[in-house]
Design a protein around this ligand. Structure first.
Ligand code: HEM
Length: 444
């Protein structure tokens, strides 16, 4: 802890209850109002003993992403995820242990690997799009979740056989469901370790035990198969990975990293896709431009790429990144003491009018041409040594799904008003699940 005399940036004049309620229930309005009242740096104390300094200053973003990882810890802040991810998860580690895990995980996520996963993504996307109802409105989010889960099961876990996928997929889905909303996460925290018949914790622990049993069985089976390391999926590449001392991953490490990739990659990408459709349907000019690009004979993907980037700017799925200071550090003239969490707000940074003129407009053209935003101005995937490992994977997948959909259908809105933002476990999600109605491809 730091001394209570430390000078922290201003706090909005709100009670702890108002802060927690605003933060949870109306997060975007709350963040904007704090920034209006206090400026580019403000302090929140959402729970006793936890101090967050939120910033939307690009200079602070640069400091956080280029600063010393031994001073700026990210893993400590993710500790509530430990019962789900396990202690070896790259998300939970810091310092040299984090770097070792990250180096082992990086090669399967290099850009050039994406082409290999692309065929799976295209096939999954086309099949799900073909099954979308044509006669009624429906929310896209559940379908996006099914797509991203199947892609992870196949491209990451390497489960090509549908029966095998279902055998392990169903228990994994039960584990994910147990942490699918804030309320459920809270219920788990409150009942942690309690074994009573109605305890959510007990149900979660049973689901996790079943999923783990199958995961460990799979790890052992692959380990004893001499051909397994030759597979193209992420799991096979991780089995073959060695650190500089020639050491591979232990069974526990493999289990924890597979679970991490599932949790970090599934809901996030599905939500980003839902937002893409929510914004496109409310911006007919952009939708028409994208459809025209995607249906032309030599369909390029310059505009598609810009649409994905603009979606992640205007509706970032993860609202902030957090680092806990291990030593005092100066940000924007504030000498922040050790123990404070510095949190660059992706949401507020992406709405700065000096970086993005008319920031509320959905305008992919911002990402075309020479003055596209810089490294510390567009940060949906965080940055530095903690930058999202799945960034290329997620963007590749988003493009595959948008392409598959817009070549065959034309989505339209069911209400002119844009959907609001609700907070699920970690993500900022469209409140109606991105409800659309489909017109056949040729419709004007
Ligand atoms: C649109 C989709 C996604 C978004 C918006 C997103 C966003 C993020 C963010 C903001 C971070 C924290 C970065 C930081 O602290 O600086 C992160 C970390 C991470 N993400 Fe993603 N992510 C997405 C998809 C994925 C996918 C598809 C995977 C893998 C299959 C993945 C795996 C990870 C991992 C392993 C980390 C931890 C990296 C580390 O601590 O070294 N993410 N992601």
């Amino acid at each position: 802890m730091y001394s209570s005399g430390a000078q922290l940036p201003p706090r909005p004049d709100l009670s702890r209850f108002q802060m927690s309620a605003g933060f949870m229930l109306t997060p975007t309005r709350f963040l904007r109002s704090c920034q209006r009242r206090c400026g580019d740096y403000f302090t929140l104390m959402p729970q006793p003993g936890r101090t967050l300094v939120i910033t939307s200053d690009p200079a602070a973003v640069k400091q956080v992403f280029t600063g010393d990882p031994d001073v700026l810890h990210a893993g400590a802040g993710n500790i509530p995820l430990e019962p789900l991810l396990g202690p070896s998860s790259v998300l939970l580690l810091d310092g040299s242990e984090h770097l070792r895990q990250r180096r082992l995980l990086l090669p399967p996520f290099h850009g050039e690997r994406m082409r290999g996963y692309g065929a799976v993504m295209d096939e999954v996307a086309e099949r799900h799009v073909a099954a979308w109802p044509r006669d009624r409105s429906f929310p896209l989010l559940p379908s996006m979740q099914a797509i991203t889960l199947e892609v992870i099961m196949r491209a990451v876990f390497g489960f090509e056989d549908a029966e095998r996928r279902e055998r392990i997929g169903a228990p994994l889905r039960r584990v994910l469901d147990a942490v699918g909303t804030r309320t459920r996460v809270l219920a788990l925290a409150l009942t942690a370790g309690r074994q009573g018949p109605l305890s959510p914790w007990r149900r979660f622990a049973a689901a996790r035990a079943r999923a783990d049993e199958l995961l460990y069985e799979e790890i052992r089976a692959r380990r004893s198969d001499p051909d397994a390391e030759r597979g193209e999926d992420v799991f096979s590449l991780l089995l073959a990975a060695r650190d500089e001392d020639g050491r591979g991953m232990s069974e526990d490490e493999l289990r924890d990293e597979l679970m991490t990739l599932l949790v970090a990659g599934h809901e996030t990408t599905a939500t980003a896709l839902a937002w893409a459709f929510e914004r496109l349907t409310r911006n007919p000019r952009v939708l028409a431009e994208l459809i025209s690009e995607q249906r032309s004979a030599d369909a390029g993907e310059e505009y598609l790429d810009a649409v994905v980037k603009e979606t992640l700017r205007l509706r970032p799925v993860v609202p902030a990144v957090v680092r806990r200071l291990q030593a005092p550090m100066e940000f924007g003239g504030w000498e922040l003491p050790a123990g404070v969490n510095i949190a660059p707000s992706i949401f507020l940074l992406h709405r700065r009018a000096d970086l993005y003129p008319s920031p509320e407009e959905f305008r992919p053209e911002r990402f075309l041409g020479d003055d596209a935003p810089g490294t510390y101005e567009w940060i949906p995937f965080g940055g530095g040594v903690r930058r999202c490992l799945g960034a290329s994977f997620a963007m590749f997948e988003m493009k595959a799904v948008l392409r598959a959909a817009l070549r065959t259908v034309r989505p339209r809105v069911t209400s002119a008003r844009g959907e609001g933002t609700t907070r699920r476990a970690i993500t900022f999600t469209p409140s109606g699940g991105a409800k659309v109605r489909l017109d056949p491809a040729g419709a004007a």
